[in-house]
Design a protein around this ligand. Sequence first.
Ligand code: ZN
Length: 188
Amino acid sequence: MTLAMDKSSIEQAVQELIRAIGEDSGREGLLKTPRRVAESYEALFSGYSKKPEDVLTVFDGENYDQMIVAKNIEFYSTCEHHMLSFFGKAHIGYIPNTKIIGLSKLPRVVEIFSRRLQNQERLTSQIANALEKLLDAKGVGVVLEAQHLCMMARGVEKQSSTVTTSAQLGLFKKNDKTRSEFLQLIGK
Ligand code: ZN
């Protein structure tokens, strides 16, 4: 999916928003705010213009058939319900079939899906599904732990509450031992 971001429309909308809040969009501190928001959106929503297959280079796994785990991958996303940030850590494990990827590529995959309007459940399964498909892996496990500004800032729940989501595919789903090994490796 490739969407061209319309920065000037974003600027106009933010200016309207500032006025609708009841603020003076002409006061000095707010003058450049629409431009800054539009620019920050370019980063926050950069995931729409990228596909995981473009960043993932796969290697021959040389018969390595054990679990590969990367934990504590930082991510920042934006909740689609309130357009406020949610952020935290992603933990990913997979058991290769014939292909592996450089571990540095896993954060790239997380970033492509997190830099969109998201909910945490979909983000979790999109990461898992993409890895399963691109690697033709025997199993994939993804656990996301995040704090949501929409909960924290509005005081809906305890300030410190963390939301955990999990997607387990293939052997991680079928085999309790595999899943336990993964959870143990990521310290859960
Ligand atoms: Zn929200």
